[in-house]
Ligand binder design. Structure first.
Ligand code: DX5
Ligand code: ZN
Length: 215
């Protein structure tokens, strides 16, 4: 299992310290949640903070943009040196065009679905993305309860990927802990995002290790 701890739950007053243990941990990616107070009812952090985080982080970045018109920020995300750029299906009109633009900028395109957005909408773009992020909570806040219907969506997505020959990874975000992580592993998730479960722990590295061991 790949594990992407979400910085949203970190202690921002001690970012250097947080990133130090993070770099030494078995985490695969750093998940970064950008919120604009419009697409979601909350505001998190923007590019000045991300530039600081990038300097401290030694692992690939998974940028999750919970903003309207995410296509306007492709260059800024590329300039950060990010690996994945996650854009919400619901925030876009021209999905195919934006996915191509993200790839042309040297990033790995990923598309994100809210809990109420059906997997079937991905049929014609599934072969163009490197990852699909299924939200297992309504986006905007950490520490929410996992929506069990997500398990069925992972199943559907796994079938779509297998049927089309897509190489997209399946990433899940929201309410992930060892219990929900185990269920997600069973239905075929590839990447688990975890915020409060990891950063809220006395020993976050142990929790990352436990999630990584899931298969
Ligand atoms: C929520 C964010 C998540 C959040 C997850 O909108 O996209 O990445 O940090 O937090 P937990 O793991 O606490 O549910
Ligand atoms: Zn996220």
């Amino acid at each position: 299992m790949l594990v992407a701890p979400s910085l949203l739950a970190a202690d921002f007053g001690n970012l250097e310290r947080e990133m130090q243990w993070f770099n030494e941990s078995q985490a695969d990616l750093l998940h970064l949640d950008v919120m604009d107070g419009v697409f979601v009812p909350n505001i998190s952090f923007g590019f000045p903070v991300l530039k600081h985080v990038v300097r401290l982080c030694q692992k690939p970045l998974d940028v999750h943009l919970m903003i309207v018109e995410p296509q306007k920020f492709i260059k800024q995300v590329a300039d950060l040196g990010a690996y994945y750029m996650n854009v919400h299906y619901e925030a876009l009109t021209h999905h195919h065009r934006v996915i191509q633009q993200i790839r042309e900028a040297g990033l790995h395109p990923a598309i994100t679905l809210c809990p109420s957005t059906p997997v079937s909408l991905l049929q014609d773009i599934i072969c163009d993305v490197d990852m699909v992020l299924l939200m297992s909570v309504n986006p905007g806040f950490g520490g929410q309860k996992f929506i069990p219907q997500t398990l069925q969506k992972v199943n559907q997505l796994r079938q779509l990927i297998d049927r089309t020959g897509s190489h997209a990874l399946i990433e899940i975000d929201g309410g992930v802990n060892l219990e929900t992580g185990r269920q997600l592993a069973q239905v075929g998730a590839d990447v688990l995002v975890a915020g409060s479960y990891v950063f809220g722990a006395d020993d976050p590295a142990v929790r990352i290790k436990a999630l990584k061991a899931l298969s």
